[in-house]
Ligand binder design. Structure first.
Ligand SMILES: Nc1ncnc2c1ncn2[C@@H]1O[C@H](COP(=O)(O)OP(=O)(O)OP(=O)(O)O)[C@@H](O)[C@H]1O
Ligand SMILES: [Mg+2]
Length: 235
């Protein structure tokens, strides 16, 4: 298994945000975490990238992550594309992308990966010299995903990549994420849009009130009565 999460719990003061969450991601797999506002999706991704302290066990390629600081987790091959993008708005597209490669010294490979990001999102090459604050929301999301890819992740953590983005761009972004998976990167994606999550992911975990309720393949959950009623609006 690439990532194994066992009995992961997080509390903010007295408020429990995650309780005994267990989850796996296999190499090259695309896993979605589906759940409503406040379910704990972002907390889960932050705990995995060690931006948030947690209890329980987190292991990546059989090695514990719990003792590592966040920057060391990036070095192990886990890149987090956080909620709200967290870009540097006054820097150019190119500078933002290159910041994703700050831990790397393999210059030729970094250049090749930049070309790969441009193939995935051609608009970013056109806009390389533009400051990020003047991009559209969808384009900024492409920069955020591109920046995470510049870290050459084995596992990409994506926090609601399509939130607030118009339908057509949303399709383009999900299509790019599928191509990232096809190139060999495993993906763990938090998402509220059940229809999109079930369409693109191999497996889905449903997180409600900090706990995993259902989990299964996208096909299984897409046929599940509870999921259809609560998340897909089908009676
Ligand atoms: N830094 C924090 N301090 C206190 N409470 C927090 C903090 N971060 C998150 N929480 C709380 O933890 C719970 C889970 O939040 P989280 O951001 O993980 O949810 P989410 O599933 O990502 O929601 P959304 O879909 O709205 O992004 C919420 O009740 C939230 O208010
Ligand atoms: Mg969130």
């Amino acid at each position: 298994m690439l990532l194994e999460v066992r009995r992961l719990s997080v509390a903010y003061g007295k408020a429990v945000a995650l309780e005994n969450v267990s989850l796996d991601v296999a190499p090259g797999e695309f896993v979605a975490v589906l759940g409503p506002n406040g379910a704990g999706k972002s907390t889960l991704l932050k705990a995995i990238s060690r931006a948030q302290p947690s209890s329980g066990t987190l292991s990546f390629r059989g090695e514990s992550l719990q003792a590592l600081p966040a920057h060391a987790v990036v070095g192990k091959g886990i890149c987090h594309c956080p909620e709200g993008r967290r870009l540097f708005p006054e820097l150019t597209v190119l500078k933002n992308l290159m910041l994703g490669a700050y831990l790397r010294s393999d210059r030729a490979q970094v250049e090749a990966d930049l070309e790969q990001v441009y193939r995935l999102f051609p608009v970013l090459e056109e806009r390389g010299a533009q400051v990020v604050s003047t991009l559209s929301g969808g384009q900024q999301q492409m920069v955020a995903i591109g920046r995470a890819l510049m870290g050459r992740p084995a596992l990409l953590l994506l926090d609601e990549p399509s939130v607030g983005i118009a339908h057509r761009l949303k399709l383009e972004i999900f299509d790019a994420i599928k191509r990232i998976q096809a190139a060999g990167t495993a993906i763990l994606m938090a998402e509220q849009d059940a229809q999109s999550a079930l369409r693109v992911a191999d497996r889905v975990y449903v997180l409600e009130h900090g706990q995993v309720g259902r989990c299964g393949s996208s096909a299984e959950l897409g046929a599940d009565d509870y999921i259809r009623q609560a998340y897909l609006g089908v009676n």
